[in-house]
Ligand binder design. Structure first.
Ligand code: ADP
Length: 334
């Protein structure tokens, strides 16, 4: 028998089109991890209800996120690629973990405070307990690694705390999951206006989506904020210029980056040329993914098969964990 592989789990909410942040923070790692680990990747439809209660477009969005993941290179035969709501045990573990989560720590979570500010009329309990549901998704598969972007660091720490509390109270069962990235640091892809991160639902003109047309990519990149350029050699870069260079790091060749870095250091950089180059490199990167996703997205028969296969794998794993959880908690009456 081969060595038992370590378990990986992560998810993306179906709240809009995937963008470069999702790709470089999450999906790129998924694709690399599928070769070496036992992977569970899901479309987090339940999580999306915390901010998007209207479900009219949900099914369409779920199919699109699945198609985009597959277009990025995820292979549904190698991983469990599934929809969160197809695993009913998620709700059961979420309930148990809620008894171990404190109101104070949930209220202090940065993402909760940000989202509560954005939707003051709908600060629902699901929004408050978002990190508990996320911990349930991860612990359900007893995952050790969670490929996510930098914005998720605090949630992962909470998952570890809930795992520790459960293990301490009822018996050792859960590994303490850690955030994972193939580079050294977790990734944060900045938005094109230099304010915050690229995101599915906010800031749409400053976010590059994997579904953007070539023209739209060019338009968005050319509008990125710049200034008249450094007047002296070796001037430190302002944030918004640093951001353009970090986007270039993601899609341009080493020679191109080197050229513009040295132009900048010599106070000779031409931002028009820099942005044109970045736009073309982005188009080269995004266009093939967009075209592949578009062809998969409308293949209902194939996507149904993907979801069924994924649900079967995820349910087998969840059932095993929950049988042990109930037993440890003494909820096995006969
Ligand atoms: P969004 O914030 O766009 O709604 P999700 O909350 O669904 O995205 O997050 C899906 C994954 O994408 C998570 O692992 C998250 O850390 C990652 N992610 C989202 N935005 C960025 C970004 N700008 N840079 C890096 N990673 C990101």
């Amino acid at each position: 028998m081969g060595r038992k592989k370590e378990i990986v789990m992560s998810g993306i909410r179906p709240t809009g089109y995937l963008h470069l942040g999702n790709y470089f923070g999450a999906v790129r790692n998924y694709v690399r991890m599928q070769e070496e680990y036992d992977c569970f990747f899901m479309v987090a439809d339940l999580h999306s209800l915390t901010t998007h209660p209207d479900t009219k477009e949900l099914q369409d969005n779920v199919r699109r996120v699945l198609a985009e993941n597959i277009a990025c290179g995820l292979d549904p035969d190698k991983v469990a690629l599934y929809c969160q709501s197809h695993v009913r045990e998620t709700a059961e573990l979420y309930l148990f973990l809620n008894m171990l989560a404190y109101k104070g720590e949930l209220e202090k979570t940065t993402t909760f405070k940000d989202k509560a500010r954005l939707q003051p009329d709908n600060i629902n309990a699901g929004l408050l307990t978002y990190p508990v549901l996320q911990a349930a998704d991860i612990l359900l598969h007893r995952a050790s690694f969670v490929p996510v972007g930098k914005d998720q660091e605090q949630h992962l720490e909470m998952s570890r705390n809930f795992a520790k509390r459960f293990n301490h109270r009822y018996g050792e069962i859960f590994p303490e999951p850690v955030a994972f990235n193939f580079g050294d640091d977790l990734v944060k892809v900045p938005s094109l206006d230099g304010a915050g991160k690229m995101s599915k639902s906010e800031n749409q003109l400053a976010t590059l989506y994997l579904s953007d047309s070539d023209e739209l990519i060019r338009k968005k990149v050319m509008k990125a904020k710049t200034d008249s350029g450094p007047t002296e050699p070796n001037t430190p870069k302002p944030d918004y210029i640093e951001n353009i260079f970090s986007l270039m790091q993601l899609v341009s060749t080493a020679e191109v980056i080197q050229k513009f870095e040295s132009d900048y250091d010599n106070a000779q950089v031409r931002y028009g040329d820099l942005k044109k180059q970045l736009a073309e490199d982005m188009v080269r990167f995004i266009a093939p993914i967009r075209e592949k996703a578009e062809s998969i997205r409308h293949d209902d028969v194939y996507l149904k098969e993907v979801m069924e296969k994924g649900a079967a794998k995820a349910n087998a794993s969840a059932n095993g964990t929950m049988a042990s959880v109930r037993q440890l908690m003494g909820l096995n009456y006969y």
